[in-house]
Ligand binder design. Structure first.
Ligand SMILES: Cc1cc2nc3c(=O)[nH]c(=O)nc-3n(C[C@H](O)[C@H](O)[C@H](O)COP(=O)(O)OP(=O)(O)OC[C@H]3O[C@@H](n4cnc5c(N)ncnc54)[C@H](O)[C@@H]3O)c2cc1C
Length: 512
């Protein structure tokens, strides 16, 4: 029998990671009359930054943009280690009383919208005993990240059952793993691999980074000297804003340079790496990807730590294909065998949209993969809800922040006009099937079918551009003609999934 007391809120947020904490802060400061709760499946806050515990875990974005707009990042290092990020999240939640709004060990399984009642009903299971709990709310905000917490992605490796050492996935790092004096092979070339490899290098006997194909890697100073100077001169809040904008604009400049002049960007990145590595190092094979910069994320290494470890001889990079695992290591297609005591499969994440929650609108089950994303935030034809998705080409938090502020604007707008329902009505005219996250990386491609798509025109496009999003989400009209509102008497979701002519179906609307 479901527990039904104390279970109605104006807003339910799913997930107490970075995005959920950001949502909590904005809801309580911008919509102070509204009640909200955060339902979190795990026992702790922090999401990604609590889950991942592998050696060297750190950000690869600068913390002035990955930190919140409303709370300065005060540490010296701009590229910060996982425990410092987790502490920052805990401190933010505690100082602002957001932690008191979180209900831990609440795994949400399904969410059902009723147009008749203008209400979401959310079914969760609580604790290890999986006690059912039911919540209702007017607005549902998914801050549930983008990947499966249950397991990471490991492709099948022939012969893995024969390997006599230990096989470890970074998502489930065994805290008892002693790799001192051991030969380690890390399979992968992404952000996790380039973090793990130098972090293990000092202790392990030797670390081999085994990649099928290379990624772009760039070194940045862990400490930002300009930021240090700005923080020394200006008061804290002004310094935080100034450094944040400096980094936003620099990041956007680099991204645009890569997209508009890929040839130049490739040459610059290569020259930068050549400065860090010995003259005889084979950059062509090991650090020259076949794709253009920012077709996939450019991996950042702080203070060239990966290159230093290669130079010191503690790390070898091998670019080859795996034939099979052997009892002693890995046999490559070239015929070479890599001996190993430990194999780390830094082979990525399993993508998962909307926290794996089953979504129903008036009894009809909807697959996120079949929906169109509105402003990269709401889902076409799904009422009173939003899903927080961050940038892939900049810090996640920059967009999480804008998204939460937009959700608050929308809720306040509906209140002012007495609306109970809103829905981005997709009339089929700008439908599209472009992936929401436009990277060619394996983990993004594996999840393409699961995630909402983007269309061909605004507001159905996710532009991955902070300045554009500031204009669209902060200053753009809430009532833009696509987002439709109702006071409840003519439900906005009544004609779901049927292509409609907007003018013929629009319920009561007024300009903001
Ligand atoms: C190793 C790693 C390094 C990264 N480094 C960077 C970086 O440097 N810069 C950057 O911008 N981004 C980075 N990212 C992306 C990163 O995920 C985001 O920065 C950010 O942490 C995402 O926050 P989130 O709150 O949206 O999602 P998450 O951190 O994934 O948190 C989601 C929360 O929702 C909960 N949840 C999910 N489903 C349910 C459910 N059904 N019921 C209840 N609770 C649920 C989860 O338990 C979790 O606590 C990194 C990601 C990884 C994996």
């Amino acid at each position: 029998m479901a527990d039904v007391s104390d279970q109605h809120f104006d807003v339910v947020v799913v997930g107490a990671g970075l995005s959920g904490i950001c949502a909590g802060y904005h809801l309580q400061t911008r919509c102070p009359g509204k009640t909200y709760t955060i339902l979190e499946g795990r026992t702790e806050i922090g999401g990604t930054w609590d889950l991942f515990r592998y050696p060297g875990i750190r950000s690869d974005s600068d913390m002035f943009t990955m930190g919140f707009s409303f709370r300065s990042w005060k540490e010296a290092k701009a590229i910060a280690d996982g425990p410092s990020i987790l502490k920052y999240l805990h401190d933010t939640a505690r100082e602002n009383g957001i932690d008191r709004q979180i209900r831990f060990q609440h795994r949400v399984n399904s969410a059902s919208w009723s147009s008749e009642d203008s209400l979401w009903t959310i079914d969760a299971v609580v604790g290890p005993e999986k006690r059912p709990a039911r919540y209702t709310c007017r607005f549902l905000y998914f801050c549930s990240g983008y990947y499966d917490y249950a397991s990471g992605y490991t492709p099948p490796f022939a012969g893995s059952e024969n390997f006599q050492g230990r096989i470890v996935h970074p998502q489930h790092w065994p805290q008892d793993l002693d790799y001192r004096g051991k030969r380690v092979v890390v399979i992968g070339s992404g952000a996790t691999a380039v973090t793990l490899v130098p972090a293990m290098a000092g202790k392990a006997a030797h670390v081999t980074m085994l990649q099928r194909s290379p990624s772009y890697v760039a070194s940045l100073p862990a400490e930002d000297r300009i930021a240090k100077l700005i923080r020394w001169i200006l008061p804290e809040a002004t310094a935080h804003r100034t450094v944040r904008w400096k980094n936003i604009l620099l990041g956007m400049y680099f991204y645009q340079l890569c997209r508009r002049t890929p040839g130049l960007a490739k040459r610059l990145l290569r020259r930068h790496i050549a400065r860090e590595l010995p003259p005889d190092f084979d950059i062509e094979t090991h650090f020259t990807p076949r794709y253009n910069p920012w077709d996939q994320r450019v991996c950042v290494v702080p203070d060239a730590d990966l290159f230093q470890a290669i130079k010191s001889g503690q790390v070898t990079v091998v670019t080859d294909h795996i034939a099979n695992f052997t009892p002693q290591g890995i046999l490559l297609k070239s015929g070479t065998e890599l001996p190993a005591d430990i194999i780390v499969t830094a082979t990525g994440l399993k993508m998962l949209a909307c926290g794996g929650i089953r979504i129903f609108v008036d009894g009809e089950a909807l697959e996120p993969g079949g929906l169109l994303s509105y402003k990269g935030l709401m889902l076409g034809n799904v009422p009173n809800s939003a899903a927080c998705v961050g940038y892939t080409n900049a810090s996640w938090t920059l967009r999480a922040d804008l998204s939460s502020k937009y959700v608050c604007r929308l809720i306040n707008y509906m209140d002012r006009h007495g609306y109970k329902q809103c829905v981005p009505r997709n009339d089929g005219m700008h439908a599209g099937s472009q992936p929401l996250l436009g990277l060619t990386s394996g983990y993004v491609q594996r999840g393409v079918d699961l995630f909402p798509k983007q269309g061909t025109k605004a507001p159905w496009i996710f532009r991955q551009n902070y300045l554009y999003d500031v204009l669209a989400l902060k200053f753009g009209r809430v009532n833009d003609g696509t987002l439709q509102f109702s006071k409840g008497e003519s439900p906005v979701a009544a004609e779901i999934e049927r292509p409609l002519h907007p003018a013929a179906t629009r319920p009561t609307t007024v300009s903001p």
